[in-house]
Design a protein around this ligand. Structure first.
Ligand code: FAD
Ligand code: NAI
Length: 465
């Protein structure tokens, strides 16, 4: 009889792990309290990218007159947009259900709570069900952080979830937090027609990301007409006659901004409420994460943690990878999480993508580096797409030429970053990238040229010796 494994949470970490466990011949049960596909498929990655694609299309139509195309009578039907997005979510989450079924994974809809290290109680609609398992994988994800004075009512104050199911396009949207979600959704609403003001606590947008790339994003926000107020804190708001009055504190003093919608996107926190981890001998750390080793094992040998609950970066693909590792380990394979890099993609306008170390991180690690970059303004493909903002920047080790980091901002860089991730994962040098023939005319040529620029040999830009 094969081992019995229980996975708690069916997000991109949990459902991927469950499918792999079943592929490896184990008996698997998944417990999910809300929706198959978790945050990512239901209220995160997928719905946000659908709305962002719609915003970009609408914006592009407006710009098409440069190409000699003038479209008249272009209208936005918000209800239809939201139902199109919901259709994509339904198709994908239905697909996850189908995959779990085909792999003979038992799905129990309900909320799990530990009884001991091998047992959980699941509160279902029909009552409490007790499940015993040899191994348990915790994949309970994360939830949005609410700040004082801005409780989410998904009416006047949206979390990302409310912002992804609008009934109308706000006239003036105030976004608190200029991170991943604030910028992706703020830019999307601007393109759909809202006036947008972003309040960011730190000195610039997207703290922690490569600053040269962020400068391009900040410039583009300005061009789009988005106001970014840095070193600014929202203190609270009053609501009167359909308007919200947001009190803010900036370097220059305090003032009030009038708007008709607030979105608060100041980060997410790991979620373990109601799990009764103590019954299994576990506790979260000060930030709410469950500590794990390279095999995704918690301090209790038969309990694993994966995805957002297991630490930063809180990204879907990192959680899925951890899910695959945990499944392999549980099946008895010699496996550990040994990824050299986790790519990050931000669907701003232009897009931004990063993999490996930033210059700041290289300096902190005492590495001597050489860099090369190539602007999309010199790319024929970017010009033909009418999308020339941004660049690719490559950071290589000065002695060995090994790729340490690739950072880019510009057209379709969220796709381009896959090549950079593979190169770093394979231990490639910048010369390897430079010597690889890239098809013409394509955007990835910018990667090849940036790699050549590391050696002062880019052909399509002039590099002063
Ligand atoms: P989750 O997806 O949060 O899934 C956890 C699941 O566990 C949930 O379904 C929950 O209901 C369930 N659960 C919790 N407790 C229990 C319990 N006690 N019993 C039973 N079930 C339980 N990441 C990217 O990589 N790319 C993106 O483009 C991207 N865009 C995003 C956009 C938005 C607006 C948001 C909010 C997030 C985005 N993310 C993105 C982040 C991504 O969604 C998360 O990193 C990812 O969903 C984490 O996966 P997970 O499986 O760890 O957790
Ligand atoms: P975030 O951590 O990316 O950004 C939060 C921002 O809010 C930061 O810039 C922070 O300085 C600011 N902030 C914090 N408190 C504040 C305050 N009181 N007032 C003003 N600003 C304040 O968090 P976000 O955007 O909520 O996203 C959560 C996570 O979800 C991301 O970190 C990422 O892991 C994931 N995500 C990934 C996406 C992708 O991969 N494309 C897209 C969206 C989310």
């Amino acid at each position: 009889m094969s081992k019995k494994v229980l996975v708690i949470g069916a997000g991109p970490a949990g459902y991927v792990s469950a499918i792999r466990l079943a592929q490896l011949g184990l008996q698997v049960t998944v417990v999910e309290k809300e929706y198959l596909g978790g945050t990512c498929l239901n209220v995160g990655c997928i719905p946000s990218k659908a709305l962002i694609a719609a915003g970009s299309l609408l914006h592009k139509i407006g710009e098409a007159s440069t190409m000699g195309i003038t479209a008249t009578g272009v209208k936005l039907d918000v209800e239809k947009l939201v139902s199109w997005k919901a259709g994509i979510v339904a198709k994908l989450t239905g697909g996850v259900g189908g995959l779990l079924k085909n792999h003979k994974v038992e799905v129990v809809m309900g909320s799990a709570s530990f009884v001991d290290r091998n047992t959980v109680n699941v509160k279902t609609k029909e009552g409490v069900k007790t499940i015993k398992a040899d191994d348990i994988v915790i994949a309970t994800g994360s939830v949005p952080i609410a700040i004082p004075g801005f409780a989410f009512d998904e009416d006047k104050v949206w979390s990302s979830t409310g912002a992804l199911a609008p009934k109308r396009v706000p006239q003036h949207l105030v976004v608190i937090g200029g991170g991943y979600i604030g910028l992706e959704l703020g830019m999307m609403y601007r393109k759909l027609g809202s006036k947008v003001t972003v309040l960011e606590a730190t000195a610039g947008a997207l703290p922690g990301q490569e600053r040269d790339c962020v400068k391009v994003i900040e410039r583009s926000m300005k061009k789009l007409g988005i106001e970014l107020l840095t070193e600014t804190f929202a203190q609270g708001y009053e609501h009167k006659d359909g308007k919200s009055f947001v009190r803010i504190k900036t370097k220059a003093g305090e003032k009030t901004i009038e708007c008709d919608q607030i979105a608060s996107t100041v980060g997410r926190k790991p979620y373990s409420e109601g799990l009764a981890l103590d019954k299994a001998g576990l506790a979260v750390d000060a930030k709410g994460f469950l500590a794990v080793d390279k095999q995704m094992r918690t301090k209790i040998a038969n309990i694993y943690a994966i995805g957002d609950i297991a630490g930063q970066p809180m990204l879907a693909h990192k959680g899925s990878k951890e899910g695959l590792v945990a499944a392999g380990v549980i099946a008895g394979h010699k496996e550990e999480y040994d990824a050299r890099c986790v790519p990050a993609v931000i669907f701003t306008s232009p897009e931004m993508a990063s993999v490996g170390l930033t210059e700041e991180q290289c300096a902190a690690a005492g590495k001597t580096i050489k860099t090369g970059s190539f602007p999309f303004a010199a790319s024929g493909r970017a010009m033909s797409l009418m999308d020339t903002e941004g660049f690719v920047k490559i950071i290589a080790d000065a002695k060995t030429d090994e790729l340490l980091g690739v950072h880019m901002v510009g057209p379709e860089v969220t796709e381009l970053v896959a090549e950079a991730a593979l190169a770093i994962e394979m231990g490639a040098t910048s010369e390897d990238l430079a010597r690889t023939i890239h098809a013409h005319p394509t955007l990835p040529e910018a990667m090849m040229e940036a790699a050549e620029a590391v050696h002062g040999m880019a052909v399509h830009i002039y590099q002063k010796k």
